[in-house]
Write a protein that binds this ligand. Structure first.
Ligand code: URP
Ligand code: ZN
Ligand code: ZN
Length: 453
C-alpha cells in the first residue's frame, strides 16, 4: 500500500464504505464478503483531481464531457473525487451558479464531486455571498486576471475578494495571466496574419504569466489572504511562487500534466492539429518542464490537477480555423493524470510517495476534504485503487473513455495501469470492467484549506 506518508505491505478492511482497519498481511482473521487480491500490485488512494470543467460553457460551445461521461472517465483513470468549477454568470448571484452546477452533477456522477466557485462578477453583493458559500462547503473561489470581458476581474475586485477570503478562511484560486496585455498582442498578431494555433502560445507570454503571478502574490499579501495559483506553466512563474514561499507566505501552486509532458512543439503541429493543444496558460517551450518538475520535488508546486476541459477537434476546436483566438481553450486529461504521474515515477522525476502526495493527499488537504479523501486510513472513505505498476498501455482516443475525439497523448506508452477501483467501498472498475453507475457519486461539502492555521 502506498500513501503520501508510507509504503507498507498491508491488508485493508473495508466496511460500510469506509476503511476500518489496516493490518500486516495475514495477521488478522478477518472474514469478508469479498476479497480482492492485490499481490504484486500497488494499493493507492483514489485520485483527487482538484481542477476539472465538465460541461463548461466557453467560446460559444461547451466542454464535451458531461458530469456523467467525465466522471466515468475519471474512474477509469483511478480518480475518485473531482473538484469542478461552478460558474457565476455576470449579473447573477454566486448561489444561482452553484445551484445550476449542482443540478448538472446531481444523479449523474460515477465518482464523488465537490465545487469551487468561479466569480466572473465581483461586486458588493457577490462579496457578501462568499461566506455563505464557504458554509455550504464551497470554500474556494477562482478569479481571472485573463479573459477581459468574460471572466476578468481587475486588481480592485481581486483585492476585495481576497479581503473577504482573509476574513472567512476561503481560498482564492488565481488564473494568473495579464489578459489586458495579451489581448493587445492577440490583436497585433491577427493583424499581421498570424492566425495559426502556435501563435496562441506566442502571444500568451511567459513574462505575462510571471507578472500576473507576482501581482497576485502582492495583492494577497496586502489583503492578508492565502493564494493558490492554478495551471502554472512558465518557469518564471514558478520562480515567483518559490520566492513568495521562501518568505513564508501562504502561497501555493498547481501544475498540470500537459505542461509536464507537452510543449509548444505540439502547438506547432501542422494542418491545424496544434489546436488540440490550445489551453491557457499555454504550453511552453520544453525547457520550462525542468522547472516544473523541480518545483514539484521541492514543494514550490504542491498539486497536479488536470484542468480537464475537453473540446472535440471536429466542430469545436475547428471554430478557430483562421483565428487562433477563437479556438476553445482546454485539453482533455481527467483519465490520464494518475498514469502520467506514475510514468513520472518510472522516469525518475518524482518518488512513489510524492506521486500520491501531489495527486491525492495534498489536493485533499488543500481543499478541505482530508482524511475523508486522499489517503487510506481507518475512518477514510474507501476510495481505493489497485494499480498494476508493470502493465504497459498505449494512450489513445480509440481506447480512452473521455467524450472527446482525440487524445493529447496519442500513441504515448505508459508503464502502469489502473486495474480495480473502489469508491466508498463500491467496486466501480473491476479488473478493467466498468461496474459503476451514474448517480453513485455524491456531493462532498468541503472544509477550509488545511494548510492554514
Ligand atoms: O484552457 C483552459 N485552461 N481552459 C479552462 C478554463 C481555465 O482557465 O481554467
Ligand atoms: Zn484558468
Ligand atoms: Zn481550468
Amino acid at each position: 500500500m502506498i500513501t503520501a506518508a508510507d509504503e507498507v505491505h498491508a491488508d485493508v478492511l473495508i466496511e460500510h464504505g469506509r476503511v476500518v482497519a489496516l493490518a500486516a498481511p495475514g495477521t488478522q482473521e478477518w472474514t469478508a464478503e469479498r476479497v480482492i487480491d492485490a499481490s504484486q500490485k500497488y494499493v493507492i488512494p483514489g485520485g483527487v483531481d482538484a481542477h476539472t470543467h465538465m460541461e463548461l460553457p466557453f467560446g460559444g460551445t461547451f466542454a464535451s464531457d458531461t458530469f456523467e461521461t467525465g466522471t466515468r472517465a475519471a474512474a477509469w483513470g483511478g480518480t475518485t473525487t473531482i473538484v469542478d468549477f461552478a460558474v457565476q454568470a455576470k449579473g447573477e448571484p454566486l448561489r444561482a451558479g452553484l445551484d445550476a452546477w449542482m443540478v448538472k452533477a446531481d444523479g449523474n456522477c460515477a465518482v464523488d464531486y465537490a465545487f469551487h466557485m468561479i466569480m466572473s462578477d465581483v461586486n458588493e453583493s457577490t462579496l457578501r455571498e462568499m461566506p455563505k458559500l464557504v458554509e455550504l462547503g464551497v470554500s474556494s473561489f477562482k478569479l481571472f486576471m485573463a479573459y477581459p470581458g468574460v471572466f476578468y476581474s481587475d486588481d480592485g475586485q481581486i483585492l476585495r475578494a481576497m479581503q473577504v477570503a482573509a476574513d472567512t478562511g476561503g481560498l482564492i484560486m488565481m488564473h494568473a495571466e495579464n489578459g489586458i496585455a495579451i489581448d493587445v498582442l492577440v490583436e497585433q498578431a491577427l493583424g499581421r496574419g498570424e492566425t495559426d494555433p502556435r501563435y496562441h502560445g506566442e502571444v500568451r507570454k511567459a513574462l505575462l504569466e510571471a507578472e500576473a503571478t507576482h501581482r497576485a502574490i502582492q495583492l494577497a499579501r496586502v489583503a492578508g489572504s492565502p493564494l493558490y495559483v492554478v495551471h502554472v506553466s512558465a518557469r518564471e512563474a514558478v520562480a515567483e511562487l518559490a520566492a513568495a514561499r521562501d518568505m513564508g507566505l501562504p502561497v501555493f501552486g498547481e501544475t498540470c500534466p500537459q505542461y509536464l509532458f507537452l510543449s509548444t512543439d505540439n502547438l506547432a503541429e501542422p494542418d491545424f492539429e496544434g489546436a488540440k493543444y490550445v489551453c491557457s496558460t499555454p504550453l511552453r517551450p520544453r525547457e520550462h518542464q525542468a522547472a516544473l518538475w523541480r518545483g514539484l520535488r521541492t514543494n514550490d508546486l504542491q498539486v497536479v490537477s488536470t484542468d480537464h476541459c475537453p473540446f472535440c477537434f471536429t466542430g469545436q476546436k475547428e471554430l478557430g480555423r483562421g483565428d487562433f483566438s477563437k479556438i476553445p481553450n482546454g485539453l482533455p486529461g481527467v483519465e490520464n493524470r494518475m498514469d502520467l504521474l506514475h510514468q513520472a515515477v518510472v522516469e525518475g522525476h518524482i518518488s512513489r510517495r510524492r506521486w500520491i502526495e501531489i495527486a491525492c493527499a495534498t489536493p485533499a488537504r488543500m481543499f478541505g476534504i482530508y482524511p475523508q479523501k486522499g489517503t487510506i486510513a481507518p475512518g477514510a472513505d474507501a476510495d481505493v485503487v489497485v494499480y498494476d505498476p508493470h502493465a504497459i498501455q498505449v494512450l489513445s482516443a480509440e481506447t480512452h473513455h473521455m467524450n472527446v475525439d482525440y487524445s493529447a497523448y496519442e500513441g504515448k506508452t505508459i508503464t502502469g495501469q489502473v486495474e480495480t477501483v473502489l469508491s466508498r467501498g463500491e467496486v466501480i472498475i473491476d479488473q478493467r470492467k466498468y461496474t459503476g453507475h451514474a448517480g453513485h457519486g455524491v456531493f462532498v461539502p468541503r472544509g477550509l484549506c488545511q494548510y492554514l492555521s
